[in-house]
Design a protein around this ligand. Sequence first.
Ligand SMILES: Nc1nc2[nH]cnc2c(=O)[nH]1
Ligand SMILES: [Zn+2]
Length: 492
Amino acid sequence: MSGNITLFYGAAINPQTLTSYDVLPRCLLAVGHTGNIDWMVEDVAPHDLQQVLAQHGSSDEYLVELKDGEFLLPGFVDTHTHAPQVPNIGTGQQYELLDWLANVTFPTESKFQDVDFAKRMYKKVVRTFIDAGTTTCCYYATLHLEASKVLADTVHEYGQRGFIGKCNMNHDSPSYYIEPSVSASISATQSLIAYIRSLSRASSPNAALGTPQPLVQPILTPRFAISCTASLLSSLGDLAAEDPDLLIQTHIAENPSEVAYTKKLFPEAGSYAGVYDQFGLLRRGTILAHAVHLTPPEITLIKEKGVGISHCPTSNFNLRSGIAPVGKFLDEGVRLGLGTDVSGGFGTSIMGEVRNASVASKVLQFTKETSGGGAAEESKHKFENKQLPIPTLLYLATLGGASLCRLESHIGSFAPGKSFDALLISPAGKQIGMWGSGESLHSRPKDNEQEVAKKEINEWLERFLFVGDDRNIDRVYVQGRWVGGRSFTGFQ
Ligand SMILES: Nc1nc2[nH]cnc2c(=O)[nH]1
Ligand SMILES: [Zn+2]
């Protein structure tokens, strides 16, 4: 059995809760032939390595030994992004949301009518997201069925874990980029769901591994309430009710003009969240992007329904949408993850979201401080109007995101039985802020230096999150398979 096992020996960071992660300077972790973690021993001294391997019936034939400065990290989960907006990334920053959609986004997305264009673009897009360390990605495609299939094919071929949704949009969109009817929108959605589910049954490199969970899954994707008639939202609610496994993604309360217009279109719903709720679209496995301008009753509704919020701080800054009160969401117990929201956001990396989530929380903190919030009131809250600490940021980027996708028992941290979705982080870049010596682990740390080693590894993590980039993501694994990263040269 040991023949197909890959072993990793070295430092690992293992997220645990919103406020904690484990630092393991000398972890030995075995990945089995299914791509799941077979076993792991959290602390193995170098002189005990051979003995521990032997106890597990393994040898060091397939051992990847990490060097000083290298560490394993669970892969990032991007809970909200738009694959067809990568072509216009970094442009149109003068606009707020509704003008940006009309002037930048819709013209770009409409080009995906051309399937060859979609094939060319999506190859670059998926490769970029994987190499940025995103092992699981919730992708919006466009409204086109064929191009959405191309995106699903590409994610499947490249071995990423992903949720792919065809946009539903039959209202208030330009004549060149709108679905002609409710029935056309629903039937194309059903076709895409069937197509994606057939991918996981078809023979593929992943099927050969006996992958326990389909890597590529469909997700219902009403663009946002403004883009959908009540009749379309109602039909999507019916689809969701028939298929409790389906995840759902959409946008909510991103921008004040959007919120006002939504209320005008759906006056009977009472609130923006009420629109989705009245059509049965709020449930565990629904991912709502942005949530910058929610009211307290909406937050309560979202919490009660088990819905997740995708925090997209880069986009929220870039489109001048505002700052989402994520500390408040966390205090209320709302599920939370991070999303790049390309190209409202101008970066494909979840590390960019970690940085901007940190900055956003600091802005809320000093705004509150300068406006004189009382200390007594402040102390009631654990997260609200406070800087998000590193363990919280790491949690949102990994386990928190996994929980939005209902995958927290499969990915987001390392434990026997979980999928090995992981990054091998290396300091071997040219940028400032380097860490580690690059020496063999056998030369350090000694048994009595564990606490020193942990302190150092904490520093490596913080530096990686704040000054690292894809040059530091040496290898990317999804379900045990090496699929990307700086050293990736193609499938073995
Ligand atoms: N940020 C963002 N918000 C939206 N609301 C509706 N569509 C979009 C989109 O493409 N991006
Ligand atoms: Zn978005």
